[in-house]
Design a protein around this ligand. Structure first.
Ligand code: ADP
Length: 334
């Protein structure tokens, strides 16, 4: 495999229509070579359609897809230099791990001895060499993921496309496999494009997060930028951990861990009166949810450090003032 291979991906006015539905609406996006990109957004926002167009599993209604210096918009899936890894891994149950990995070479007419050798080499590479003769049902979820990865890599893609690859796993395994995916991406050095509806997953994995909403791109940013400078109210709400406050024709987002709860009303203009609605212990933090004064905000939540909360606990029903410093108020477009 050639980690230095040109694998920058560029989408130009990429559009997908199904009848009257515009699933992907003229999106422009550049995914740098060798980066980990997550397409993130709620169900129905167009993530999967975008990924499937890149893979060549779905026709493009309008626009272009460039990979390196090639326009791959209308190429058949097998000729693009992309490979897809699916949610359930889609391994053939009646084939061994090695035969699963070798399968696409069989389709390409590679002689048996050669394709089995190449499959075995790849299984070694993902630390699965000693499981080559097992069938999928004889492997754990994590081992199946590695076989699926080897199977995707055998065509020597320059871009790996991952369609919700972790969502079928239990929460514990999901976090372990997530770390493993990131490690593989760094080691292999080529571009990964990963579809997820999980903010946490995107934050943990991505160099670049693309937040989608209604077939359009709301923001492209690093996880850190996304969390500290959401570009829209949608992004602030979708990422969570923020309060959106509307006052004096302005809309601001403030991180929930940057707000203070005061027992006595102050004079600050950076504050709201509110009533404690609920208290949730979360370990490092205590999450206090509040009902704000009329119409300022539909919902407030404040994360207090565990020690800070227990030094002087608040109770449900208590009237408080929620305050923040002006430097923590992030302006959102109206
Ligand atoms: P996501 O992956 O973000 O959940 P999709 O790309 O699957 O979103 O879907 C985007 C929109 O396109 C949705 O409104 C969905 O109902 C619609 N859609 C997806 N696939 C089809 C299809 N084959 N036929 C008609 N509409 C579709």
């Amino acid at each position: 495999m050639q980690p230095s291979r040109q694998s920058e991906l560029e989408l130009i006015k990429l559009t997908k229509r199904y009848g009257n539905t515009t699933a992907v609406d003229a999106i422009d996006l550049r995914i740098p070579s060798g980066s980990y990109c997550c397409l993130l957004g709620p169900s129905g926002c167009g993530k999967t359609s975008t990924l499937r167009m890149i893979a060549g599993h779905e026709d493009v209604s309008d626009g272009d897809i460039l990979l390196g210096s090639r326009n791959i918009t209308v190429l058949p899936a097998a000729a693009r230099g992309t490979a897809m890894m699916f949610q359930s891994y889609a391994l053939f149950p009646h084939l061994t791990a090695q035969e699963n990995v070798a399968f696409s070479l069989k389709m390409r007419g590679v002689p048996k001895a050669e394709r089995l050798k190449r499959a075995h080499d790849l299984l070694e590479r993902v630390a699965m060499g000693s499981y080559a003769q097992r069938k999928p049902a004889e492997l754990s979820g994590g081992q199946q993921q590695r076989v699926a990865l080897a199977r995707a890599l055998i065509t020597e893609p320059s871009v790996l496309l991952l369609d919700e690859p972790l969502s079928a796993l239990d929460p514990f395994l999901r976090i372990r496999m997530r770390a493993e995916l990131k490690r593989w991406q760094l080691e292999l050095g080529f571009t990964f494009v990963h579809v997820t509806h999980s903010q946490e997953e995107a934050m943990a994995l991505a160099d670049q997060v693309v937040v989608m909403n209604g077939g359009r791109i709301e923001q492209v940013a690093t996880p850190h930028e996304l969390f500290n400078a959401p570009a829209s109210e949608f992004v602030a709400r979708f990422m969570g951990g923020h309060n959106v406050v509307k006052r004096n024709d302005q809309t601001i987002a403030i991180r929930a861990d940057r707000m203070q709860l005061l027992r006595t009303p102050g004079q600050s203009s950076h504050a709201l009166n509110a009533t404690v609605r609920g208290i949730e212990y979360q370990g490092t933090y205590v999450l206090v949810s509040l009902d704000a004064e009329a119409n300022a905000s539909d919902d407030l939540s404040v994360m207090l450090q565990e020690a800070e909360f227990f030094n002087a606990p608040f109770e449900v029903g208590t009237s408080v003032q929620v305050a923040w410093s002006a430097t923590d108020a992030h302006q959102l477009p109206a």
